[in-house]
Design a binder for this molecule. Structure first.
Ligand code: C5P
Length: 353
């Protein structure tokens, strides 16, 4: 059997899933805090943050793709190291391949989603946002079934239902403010706007994720090359909102492009972007080594992690409903991962590698 990709003996599948769960809890809290802790007049530009996210992720993916070129993708063949020029040529051939346009679809969807996420995080409590955002598990399952013709066993459908119930139960006890519901500062929130943004983001998340999975798993092209293509196609759509939202600075004609982009862009903004870059890279790995539906379970575990962090750091009291809800989420995750007993249910469509 082919070797399972691993790091220090631990399969990458599990490393990436756990990292994603931790990253997700951190991002929810940091993004919310970074948006609401200052008044609107001193807020950093979310559009710049999305653009920076794409640029940094693209550059990191480019370096990884460059380093990996001689380790022999798509097949692990041992070969003599090639010169830098040969590598660069090979890399640009891969990046600007005939089918690179396919990445434009998830690229645009992700840019929309990443902008919507800031609208949601600025207008909803962190915990409300985190829980409502779990609806993307259902949109992802729906798109996986529709586009990838993924067959889910009855047990897996049941686990999706359990997951939805578990997430709801965790939420019931969340009436008192906790660390996961950090609501600080002077900025007012518009719940309806936040809710619409989060629902729209669930749809783009499901569609973009499944589309990326489809492109990735239907070809031999390296994951990191795909990521570079994704970032390249994101640049233009990510730049457009920057111009749109910052045009009043432009018309005043006072400052340079640099100072327009990075107006109020302080430590919290850079922290948010860094955590998001990590998330993008890990998400890509999760989609490669597991699948989008399993990714949903990892992020739902992040709710449990957020609450545990609240207990440890902020003396948050654990309640019966929290333990019950978390237990249901964990059981659902376990249930989804059970291999179907008979051949009628395929984990992946025929023809995939
Ligand atoms: O919430 P969801 O899992 O759909 O979010 C996916 C996030 O991961 C988006 O911010 C997207 O930009 C990022 N991503 C990425 N590279 C990929 C796939 C997703 O940066 N290959």
């Amino acid at each position: 059997p082919p070797a399972v990709p691993s790091l220090c003996g631990i399969p990458l599948k599990y490393i990436s899933l756990i990292t994603l769960a931790v990253q997700n809890s951190a991002l929810t809290i940091i993004m919310h805090y970074s948006r609401v802790s200052t008044p609107s007049s001193r807020a950093y530009s979310a559009a710049t943050a999305v653009l920076m996210n794409e640029i940094l992720k693209g550059l990191i993916s480019l370096v990884i793709a460059f380093v990996r070129i001689d380790t022999g993708y798509p097949h692990d063949m041992v070969q003599a190291p090639s010169s830098i020029l040969t590598r660069l040529r090979k890399l640009s051939r891969d990046v600007f391949s005939q089918d690179c346009w396919k990445l434009s679809i998830p690229a645009i969807l992700y840019v929309i989603q990443n902008n919507l996420q800031y609208v949601a995080a600025s207008n909803l409590e962190a915990a409300t946002f985190q829980v409502t955002y779990q609806m993307k598990i259902l949109t992802t399952a729906a798109f996986s079934v529709l586009l990838l013709r993924k067959k889910l066993s009855p047990a897996q459908w049941l686990s999706l239902l359990f997951l939805a119930i578990g997430v709801g139960v965790v939420q019931i006890q969340d009436l008192a403010p906790t660390a996961a519901t950090v609501s600080v500062g002077p900025k007012s929130m518009d719940q309806m706007k936040g809710f619409i943004a989060v629902v729209a983001a669930c749809f783009t998340s499901g569609l973009a994720g499944v589309y990326f999975e489809m492109v990735l798993k239907n070809s031999q092209t390296d994951l990191w090359v795909r990521n570079v293509q994704l970032s390249l196609f994101s640049l233009l759509p990510a730049f457009a909102p920057v111009v749109f939202t910052q045009r009043h600075h432009v018309t005043r004609g006072t400052t340079s492009l640099f100072s327009i982009l990075f107006h109020n862009f302080g430590a919290w903004a850079w922290t948010t972007v860094s955590v998001q870059v990590l998330g993008g890279l890990v998400t890509a790995m999760v989609i490669k080594y597991s699948d989008n539906i399993l990714k949903g379970f990892a992020t739902s575990l992040s709710i449990v992690i957020s609450f545990l962090a609240s207990v440890a750091l902020f003396d948050f009291k654990m309640t019966f409903t929290f333990i019950l809800g978390s237990a249901i989420v964990l059981v659902a995750t376990w249930l989804y991962n059970q291999q179907p007993k008979h051949a009628g249910y395929l984990k992946e469509p025929i023809g995939w590698n």
